[in-house]
Write a protein that binds this ligand. Structure first.
Ligand code: SF4
Length: 286
């Protein structure tokens, strides 16, 4: 559904969007980098408001969140679009394309969330929730008004502006934030984004809600002990209790490097545990 977007201002005959750090300057009838925000005659619109492409009741551990209400289930929803262009994206069919979707008004979604048995709340996931901001914000706020104990979770790449982040944090209980690399060139060349804003998101969010971090270790790219050490040291500098998920890469989308070596994954966990209390391996089958 098309709806006026938040976080933009007019700049002469263009629009400046500051929802995410791309800070797109968009000409009339053009889209921002995320392809879901469009300038139409002096107004910025979001095109995916309430548009749901995927939903499922998932174990919270699948988000992955291993230390927030473990053993529970959470209703997970996603839309389409992303503000990154990762060459190894496992959800590229909804993140990089306008996938088929159903419009679900926020009131309907909140009723659904509250009426599913053994569900603790809602997780905004699958595609990047930052660029689903308006719907996520409205839904989270309404859900908390109806049940302050319901959980709101974001599974995000962390590439969000500081103002929108601070505005939604009061309604968010937990976040899993991707820290894809500790290398600016990796972010630039493989993800079409930047490292520094993600580090800032982690620092801000960790003060306001439960945070866990995920790093996908990609063979021939960021699968190095030095990089794992730098990531673990950065997290330790915030709070050594923040859990780090080290996830094993498999070839997908445009990336055809071989799957990351299992032995390396085990070594990476050992290194990270020198700095952090909780390190979890993902996609390793052990
Ligand atoms: S959300 Fe980010 S990518 Fe999308 S238009 Fe706004 S600044 Fe650009």
């Amino acid at each position: 559904m098309k709806r006026e977007a938040m976080f933009y201002e007019k700049a002469n005959d263009k629009i400046h969007c500051f929802l995410c750090p791309h800070h797109c300057v968009i000409e009339d009838k053009h889209y921002g980098k995320c392809n879901v925000r469009m300038h139409d005659s002096g107004t910025l619109y979001t095109l995916n408001y309430g548009e749901v492409t995927a939903s499922s009741l998932d174990p919270i551990e699948k988000k992955p969140l291993h230390y927030y209400r473990p053993g529970t289930n959470i209703f997970s929803v996603g839309s389409f679009g992303c503000n990154m262009t990762c060459t190894f994206c496992q959800n590229h069919d909804i993140s990089q394309e306008k996938a088929p979707s159903d419009y679900i008004p926020k009131e309907v979604l909140v009723d659904l969330i509250l009426n599913i048995e053994e569900n603790i709340g809602v997780a905004f996931t699958y595609n990047e929730p930052t660029i689903w901001y308006e719907y996520m914000y409205d839904t989270a706020k309404l859900l908390k008004e109806k049940d302050k104990d319901a959980s709101v979770v974001m599974v995000t790449n962390g590439f969000i502006g500081e103002e929108p982040l601070r505005k939604i944090l009061p309604y968010v209980d937990a976040m899993n934030i991707d820290l894809k690399s500790f290398n600016s060139n990796y972010y630039k060349n493989l993800c079409g984004a930047r490292l520094d804003p993600v580090l800032k998101t982690i620092e801000i969010a960790a003060k306001e809600c439960h945070v866990e971090i995920t790093t996908l270790l990609v063979s021939e790219e960021n699968a190095s002990i030095q990089e794992v050490k730098e990531i673990a040291q950065f997290i330790q500098g915030i709070d050594k209790k923040i859990p780090l998920h080290l996830s094993r890469y498999f070839p997908r989308y445009k990336m055809d490097h071989p799957a990351t070596d299992i032995g390396f994954m085990l070594d990476a966990k050992e290194v990270a545990l020198k700095y952090l209390d909780n390190v979890v391996l993902g996609n390793v089958g052990v």
